[in-house]
Ligand binder design. Structure first.
Ligand SMILES: NC(=O)c1ccc[n+]([C@@H]2O[C@H](COP(=O)([O-])OP(=O)(O)OC[C@H]3O[C@@H](n4cnc5c(N)ncnc54)[C@H](O)[C@@H]3O)[C@@H](O)[C@H]2O)c1
Ligand SMILES: Nc1ncnc2c1ncn2[C@@H]1O[C@H](COP(=O)(O)OP(=O)(O)OP(=O)(O)O)[C@@H](O)[C@H]1O
Length: 294
């Protein structure tokens, strides 16, 4: 078995996680290829002796990898998705962060869960992604033009709201007058969209959610549409530019550019370990079981 290991940060709490993973995989003859910046951080702390091969770009992750293990929080998984891209390599998230909605293996249970991994006792949860094309040139979008959580347009440099003309499969839907608009995947439905009143979708539902951010048209509500829908947006406002974000990545766009958002032809495979299902994560993270009447 061959796995890629990725993390963005090294903190004191990283050491036991690294020790658990590396000891377990070395004992079970699993080949580990480590992301080069992360390995430099680990090596600085002198906690591992063995030399490991590294990778530094998505181009080095090919079909020979069985898995990518992301050590961090949800933000680290979103970055890991930009490494894996359309390769199909499944991502397993070990939660070293706070919420860990996407990174759902808890750091306390690593050996137990890695046993499931080497016995391949896991399923893949296929996540829909969104792609973005823009009618005006924008280099930062061209480089990584997909999002696993959501694509958001929002106001920039001002408190003045923006107007977002929205079309579904070329049919006019609405002009939202708001701080912004979120187009969310099912995966992203528990992120920013949820904070703005959007519904939770289970991860494999074939839908997208269009959620306005603080709309001043008080009747505007989150809308669920089929994930085959092509969504076009045109933003106008007092400023000349607005912000667009794809998950954690942000760039500036000129008003009047036409944005086209649709499902990507590929999906991201998230590893689901037995008993660590989305429904369990929902109950745990949203504290649904805490109501004393249950
Ligand atoms: N007001 C908000 O709720 C808000 C605002 C901006 C961005 N976000 C979310 O943060 C994401 C970017 O993450 P970041 O680490 O760069 O920002 P960050 O460091 O501000 O973290 C955002 C929080 O959102 C959580 N999160 C991310 N994806 C999630 C998901 N699919 N389901 C449940 N929770 C999720 C993370 O665990 C973290 O606690 C965006 O894709 C967006 O979904 C949320
Ligand atoms: N490799 C790591 N080792 C130890 N702690 C980490 C590591 N990666 C992340 N963390 C901790 O998790 C925090 C959040 O990490 P990250 O940006 O990946 O997630 P996030 O999007 O903020 O989500 P979450 O709310 O799930 O933590 C970091 O600030 C840090 O405290």
């Amino acid at each position: 078995m061959k796995v890629a290991i990725y993390g963005q940060y090294y903190q004191n709490s990283t050491e036991p996680i690294i020790n658990d993973i590396f000891n377990f995989f070395n004992k079970n003859s699993v080949e580990m290829i480590i992301e080069s910046n992360f390995l430099s951080m680990v090596n600085e702390k002198k906690i591992i002796e063995k030399k490991y091969k590294t990778f530094s770009s998505h181009t080095e992750l090919d079909q020979s990898f069985d898995l990518l293990i992301s050590i961090g929080g949800d933000g680290t998984i979103l970055r890991a998705a930009t490494l894996v891209r359309d390769s199909g390599i499944p991502i397993l998230g070990i939660n070293a962060g706070r919420l860990g909605f996407l990174a759902n293996v808890q750091k306390e249970n690593i050996a137990e869960f890695m046993q499931f991994v080497i016995e391949r006792k896991y399923t893949l949860s296929k996540r829909t992604l969104l792609s973005l094309t823009c009618s005006t040139d924008n280099e930062s979008i061209q480089e990584i033009n997909f999002a696993m959580n959501e694509i958001t347009v929002s106001r920039k440099d001002t408190t003045s709201m923006i107007t977002i003309d929205t079309y579904l499969d070329d049919e006019y839907l609405n002009s939202y007058w708001a701080d912004g608009l979120i187009i969310s995947t099912p995966t992203g439905s528990t992120g920013y969209s949820l904070s703005c009143g959007g519904p939770i979708l289970t991860p494999t539902v074939k839908s997208l959610v269009i959620t306005p951010i603080a709309p001043h048209n008080l009747t505007a509500r989150p809308l669920v549409v089929p994930d085959e829908t092509e969504i076009k947006l045109k933003v106008s406002g007092r400023e000349e530019n607005y912000l667009i974000s794809l998950d954690s990545r942000v760039t500036t766009i000129k008003n009047e550019s036409i944005l086209t958002i649709k499902k990507t032809p590929f999906q991201i495979n998230m590893v689901e370990i037995p008993d660590e299902t989305f429904l369990k994560t929902l109950r745990n993270k949203l504290l649904w079981g805490e109501d004393k009447r249950n």
